[in-house]
Design a protein around this ligand. Structure first.
Ligand code: ADP
Length: 560
């Protein structure tokens, strides 16, 4: 891992190291060059002095002259014979000095040229600069300790150091300035990026005059926009999904691996009576075990269970989804569905049973008729009647079943109906049968025009009239009234017939429900008449009522 440090300090440290290295290098090279230049100048001056002194070199008393010349010039002066022997020296005893013929500057001077050299002097122990020029019979050499150079060089060094220091200061200031200029927008960008990462998608990175930083800002901006677009898409999808689940009529729960309820749709409250917060709150308990089973098996678990009072049947499906341990629970209240299903299958069974009775009777009568027609033709008539009655019963049954099924499956075509006319016509039609039975028919209707289906209303009125006549004994009466008021139309059919015991009143509108099963076929209805009446009235948005007293009579009212 890198040790993270601010850009500005990193730049400053880098610059300082580079600067110190460069100053060192320049100082060293400058010193070298300056030293060489000074040395050259010094030796040129020395040469001039040597030439001047060579011209002044006396024949005698050389030793005295050498000392004087040295004092005057502030130099060391040496005179050497052509064989290299030292004749005189201003700083040392010539007699004790070794032969100088091998000194490079002397060797050169002895060969007639100017000789130069710089080295540590054996005689003085210091670094010396030597210049030797040829003279008659030998050479004259002047020299000066090199440290004489140090004076001007030191001065030069101090000046150079001052300049470098100044340059360094200017450099540091410039670097600090540039570093700050670079670091400020970068810091801004990093703050913006952090804010975006934390979810603040309203922050936009600001541009920069520095190309690379500006490009970085643009990239962050583009990244933010892309992120916002995707988040929007995800959010829209999430809302749509939630809307879908909210709209589902089935109760839906999403349970996390930690048994928390992550999502619950509104329907779950209706189905379970409470909205649970965790799996442990979910009742009935069987749902909890279904969830655990689904997790264990990694497959959907179906369970039908009974819940609450009155008991409802809940169909539950627990399916593992998405993350490990997450389970989607869908609970549907199928009580009504099951009731309808069972009613339907009951209906089919009842209908088959009801149809079988007249068919069996026809078949039996046919056999009897065959025998009677051979042996006792007088009885044949009786069986023919029986067959006819059963066939009519069968026909009524089939026709009622067809009416019921039509009423259940199609919406009635609505038109304006003159209800009083329909009632009058049906009363007229029934009169023949009523007359046969010695039942008096009375009718009293207002003029009533309503919106409805004429054929269906006619069917309902006919069924009520048929029942009234059927269940009224000779000498009785049936009266029909119809009137309107308070936005309602009431059609009543009252009879003075057998009446219906109180305990049956709730059920007589059910299909195939008969109060007295033992009636003879002639008086026996299909058991579907009142079911048809109720359907018609409900299809017209109305209700049907009954009042009855055993042995006194009944009143049926259609309120539309
Ligand atoms: P059904 O075809 O047997 O008459 P309905 O559905 O029309 O079937 O009537 C159901 C039962 O209600 C009948 O079996 C009968 O016992 C009773 N019921 C209907 N109307 C009357 C009435 N006007 N007087 C007495 N009982 C009646």
């Amino acid at each position: 891992m890198f040790r993270s440090r601010r850009l500005a300090s990193r730049l400053l440290v880098f610059y300082a190291i580079t600067f110190v290295a460069l100053i060192g290098l320049f100082g060293y090279l400058g010193d070298l060059i300056a030293r060489q230049a000074l040395r050259d100048e010094l030796s040129t001056g020395l040469e001039r002095q040597a030439v001047t002194l060579a011209a002044l070199l006396p024949e005698d008393d050389v030793a005295v002259w050498v000392d004087a010349a040295a004092d005057e010039g502030g130099l060391r002066v040496t005179v050497i014979a052509s064989d290299g022997r030292v004749v005189a020296d201003s700083d040392a005893d010539a007699g004790e000095m070794e032969n100088h013929a091998d000194r490079p500057e002397i060797a050169r001077a002895l060969s007639g040229e100017v000789g130069r050299a710089t080295r540590n002097s054996v005689s003085t122990g210091f670094e010396q600069v030597y210049v030797a020029v040829p003279v008659d019979d030998g050479a004259l050499r002047v020299s000066i300790p090199e440290r004489e150079l140090i004076g001007p060089l030191g001065d030069l060094r101090r000046r150079m150091l001052a300049i470098m220091g100044l340059l360094g200061l200017v450099g540091v200031t410039a670097v600090a300035f540039v570093a700050r200029r670079l670091a400020r927008p970068l810091r801004g960008l990093s703050e913006t990026a952090a804010a975006i990462a934390a979810g603040d998608l309203d922050r936009a990175p600001s541009g920069s005059p520095i190309t690379e930083i500006d490009e970085l800002a643009r990239s962050i901006g583009a990244m933010k926009n892309e992120l916002a677009t995707r988040l929007d898409a995800v959010e829209t999808e999430r809302r749509m999904l939630e809307g879908l689940l909210d709209a589902l009529p089935q109760g839906t729960l999403l349970i996390s691996g930690a048994d928390e309820v992550v999502y619950a749709n509104p329907a779950i409250g209706d189905v379970l009576s409470v909205v649970p917060e965790s799996l442990h709150d979910v009742a009935p308990y069987r749902i909890q075990t279904a969830v655990r089973e689904a997790r264990l098996r990694g497959a959907g678990i179906r369970a039908d269970l009974e819940h609450g009072r009155p008991t409802r049947i809940l169909q539950t499906l627990a399916t593992p989804v998405g993350e490990v341990g997450q389970v989607l629970v869908v609970v549907e209240d199928v009580t009504q569905k099951r009731r309808v299903e069972s009613m339907r299958s009951d209906f089919v069974a009842n209908a088959s049973h009801e149809l079988k009775t007249p068919v069996a009777s026809i078949l039996a009568s046919l056999d009897a008729l065959r025998i009677a027609s051979q042996r006792d033709p007088d009885r044949a008539e009786h069986f023919t009647d029986l067959i006819e009655r059963s066939a009519r019963q069968l026909s009524r049954m089939v026709s009622d079943l067809l009416d019921l099924s039509r009423l259940e499956s199609t919406d009635p075509v609505i038109d304006s109906v003159a209800l009083h006319e329909v009632i009058d016509e049906e009363v007229q039609r029934s009169k023949a049968w009523a007359g046969e039975k010695d039942v008096v028919m009375e009718v009293d209707t207002e003029v009533i025009d309503i919106e409805g289906n004429e054929a269906d209303l006619r069917l309902a009125v006919r069924n009520l009239l048929d029942n009234a006549i059927r269940y009224t004994d000779p000498g009785g009466s049936v009266s029909v009234t119809a009137g309107s008021g308070a936005g309602k139309v009431v059609v009543s059919v009252a009879d003075t017939g057998s009446g219906i015991a109180q305990r049956h009143l709730d059920r007589i509108f059910e299909r195939f429900y008969r109060v007295d099963e033992s009636r003879d076929a002639a008086r026996r209805g299909t058991g579907l008449g009142l079911a048809i009446v109720r359907h018609v009235v409900e299809n017209h948005g109305g209700t049907v009522e009954v009042e009855s007293e055993l042995g006194v009579g009944s009143i049926f009212r259609m309120v539309l």
